[in-house]
Design a protein around this ligand. Sequence first.
Ligand SMILES: *Cc1c(COP(=O)(O)O)cnc(C)c1O
Length: 439
Amino acid sequence: MDPTGAGVDTDVRRRIPRTDAVLRDPRLLRAAARLGTERVKSAVHRAQQRARDGAVPPDAVADTAVSLLPESAGGLRPVINATGVLLHTNLGRAPLSVAARQAVHEAAGPTDVELDLRTGVRARRGRTALAALRAAVPAAGAAHVVNNGAAALVLAATALAAGREIVVSRGEMVEIGDGFRLPDLLVSTGARLREVGTTNRTTAADYAEAVGPETAFVLKVHPSNFRITGFTRAATVAELAPLGVPVVVDIGSGLLAPHPVLPEEPDARTQLAAGAALVTASGDKLLGGPQCGLLLGREDLIGTLSRHPLARALRVDKLTLAALEATLTGPPAPTVEALGAAPEPLRRRAERLAALLGADGVDARAVPSEATVGGGGAPGVTLPSAALSLPERYALPLRTGPVPVVGRLEAGRCLLDLRAVPAADDERLAEAVRAVEGR
Ligand SMILES: *Cc1c(COP(=O)(O)O)cnc(C)c1O
């Protein structure tokens, strides 16, 4: 590299192609349609500078510009989640199903999100997604969708309890992650928290004593990212429902019905049947959908929430509604598939990949592994899984390769856990591992 260009003879400099000539390269024309002309021009300028510096030959300017351009205009890169954490917050939690991706694609242009095409007049926003949600949870009288689980709680607290009291157990004052604490969130709405019981034990009588004219609702929060064991007790929704005030249940992870793999995880249907007035949940946890907050329950309460001015600030866009509906009505989402995956096929996939890569000289072994739900669901539950075990030095090049693969380090090895990797991605995974040796 020679920044002054002094070492490059003027003849070479004269052979560096002009910008408009380089921009006529078909690959760069296509890139301009995808990424915008300015971005492509700037890549060409950088490539020309490299040629002036003597770092690349003049006839490689177009190739260099092409190599400097990203795949898409968005900065987010698709990665393969081989961490063994099904809902990895840093990897965007639930991956969308093919049906949901297609629905997002279709809704991206003008769409009838808020218009009845037959009558030509305004219609309820997202009515088909809401209908799908109600069909999935028949016990709910009505449904509403907001930006995320936290927004669902904020809306419920603001619309139902501002200036009044929310009765909540001291064992359910949860931090959901990254410093966000539900009690702080609730108090920020102007509601007062009336704490009852102790960290490990709260009885129905504790709630009954606290409920009075100031009570807006009783809140049950699922401790979705920790476990308290030993001398413990918690009141059930069925015990609290007769207290005469609404019981709001934040189930967290968004199971709409009980799941055989996670018998301890609360679900919307069961909570509503037990007498919950309102259930809140996240759409991008175990439901496997887009980021959103679900509110399910009594029609009068949902009506109050959805008409509150704050509802407008928390409303979701058409893309979210499209993805949510497709998640609810389409084939099982990847998260649901990963949760239900049997250990034996996972083991066979790991062995096949290990044999394939071993034949290429890679130190790859198939090993048993333990996956987790993560993302604030099923704390303490491990799911039997299988992984490809590689030397630890693979971790960084795998993360930074053309198809980034995120694994986890364990006992000096880099493990690529297959439970959250769709089987259709096995070839891409193998290719990414092979590419590490090539670089
Ligand atoms: C995850 C979670 C939340 C927050 O939901 P977001 O969708 O992340 O805003 C709230 N409560 C519980 C119990 C959770 O598990």
